[in-house]
Design a protein around this ligand. Structure first.
Ligand SMILES: Cc1ncc(COP(=O)(O)O)c(C=O)c1O
Length: 425
């Protein structure tokens, strides 16, 4: 039996309708920006394997760090114990973020990083004796698949079967430039009720909504309004972190900083699962008390796993190199040149870029949709041409590992143009 046949008997794939989806790619090796199937055919990892492989697969520096850590401590419980890498990583994260952050809470993935942020906000107000019950999010939001994260995501879509179980949330319309003022006025009005505990955004780029992009100027103003009403602000940088927007974090484009930041995905360079929820001292202090119930009574068995922390420290080493910085800039420039080249051509609804994220929204004559069948045609085309590029419905997007060469990018652009010219509609 082939690998795919065996897979189809026992594996339940994420985000997949097993009855209709094409067979999965049998990938047996990964190196740099390339993946190889059983027959030795290569595929460019156009979406960095769900945004995680920022420096490419199998990076020797990260591999060495994991191997060395494995010789010292593989895992220990983080309640009541600590270890060198968990401390080093927290110190370095606090130094890497803009000033003002001082506390790092560990978990395992993007959804749990968000879940912890939500619980921090809820309990912050509870501990202060002024419980507040309302949250604000943006229409089109995606913050993960655990219940808190789903409760603050777009309604009526991915999570319909669960909606009766969600806590209540309010939503601002997507803050496109012409909508900004309306959104800000609406936020101000809502916050004036004094009932809002927190607000959460995917800063600058809404991923699952189809790489919808908006301006840092809007975030600056929204943060100011939230602060004036004492509403805690969460930036979900799970996707936008680690150089994706051209800066290390989306918040580096802003004048102010949020109270809480969620990080995951690229943090270990795609080697091991890790999520971080980072906050400032006043929030941490609200959990200090003689009363043990006022602690954040939350944790996961693998919290602060030493191998993951070592991988994350090694990933940060790589981000500090000139090579990594110039690769990020190079990909931004290449994308920009491609955008200029195809602007006004083909049947496109929109063409968007934010740093290393390029999005091409194909006109389909109706509202864009995750369930558009452009997706199936695109997957056949790109897989066939040796590219692991998975569109969001009718939105093609590229967010490759930073080691992807100019020649590989040119090849991707060429195949994208081929698709737009011949197969997109
Ligand atoms: C903005 C954002 N938040 C949270 C998540 C959830 O992360 P994970 O898939 O690691 O649970 C994602 C995942 O795509 C995301 O894009």
């Amino acid at each position: 039996m082939s690998l795919v046949e065996r897979d189809k008997k026992v594996v339940w794939h994420p985000f997949t309708q097993a009855q209709t989806e094409r067979d999965p790619l049998p990938i047996v090796k990964a190196e740099g920006s390339l993946l190889y199937d059983e027959e030795g055919k290569s595929y460019i990892d156009c979406n960095s394997s769900w945004w995680v492989n920022v420096h490419g697969h199998g990076h020797p520096h990260i591999r060495k760090a994991i191997n060395e850590q494995f010789k010292e401590i593989d895992h220990i419980v983080l309640a009541g114990a600590t270890h060198p890498k968990v401390v080093e990583l927290a110190e370095r994260i606090v130094d890497t973020l803009p000033t003002g952050y001082s506390r790092v809470f560990y978990s395992d993935n993007g959804s749990t990083a968000v879940e912890v942020a939500i619980k921090m906000v809820m309990q912050y107000w509870f501990n202060k004796g002024t419980p507040k019950k309302r949250f604000l999010a943006l229409e089109g939001a995606y913050h993960g698949d655990t219940f808190g994260a789903m409760s603050l995501g777009q309604r009526g879509y991915f999570n319909k079967p669960f909606e009766d179980f969600f806590f209540q949330a309010d939503y601002l319309p997507f803050p496109s430039q012409e909508n900004e003022e309306k959104c800000l006025q609406q936020a101000d009005k809502l916050f004036s009720t004094g009932e809002f505990a927190g607000v959460i955004v995917e800063p600058l780029v809404q991923g699952s909504a189809g790489m919808q992009m908006y301006r840092p100027e809007f975030l600056n103003k929204l943060m100011k309004i939230a602060k004036s009403h004492e509403v805690l602000f969460i930036f979900d940088e799970v996707m936008t972190g680690w150089g994706r927007t051209g800066e290390m974090f989306a918040m580096n484009h802003c004048d102010a900083t949020p109270d809480i930041v969620c990080l995951s995905k690229g943090i270990t360079g795609g080697t091991l699962p890790l999520g971080l929820t980072v906050t400032k001292e006043p929030i941490f202090e609200a959990f200090l008390d003689e009363d043990k119930m006022k602690a954040l009574l939350h944790g996961h068995s693998y919290t602060g796993n030493p191998l993951a922390c070592a991988a994350a420290c090694a990933t940060l080493d790589l981000f500090e190199t000139e090579e990594s910085k110039s690769n990020i800039q190079r990909i931004c420039d290449q994308h920009e040149a491609f955008v200029n080249k195809i602007k006004g051509k083909y049947n496109l609804r929109d063409l968007r870029q934010c740093g290393t994220i390029l999005a091409i929204e194909i006109e389909i004559g109706e509202g864009s949709s995750y369930f558009s069948n452009v997706r199936e045609k695109a997957i056949e085309h790109f897989y066939g041409n040796g590219m692991l590029l998975r569109p969001l419905g009718n939105v093609l997007f590229l967010n490759p590992p930073y080691c992807t060469t100019n020649e590989q990018l040119e090849y991707c652009y060429e195949k994208i143009e081929e698709f737009l010219k011949e197969k997109a509609v």
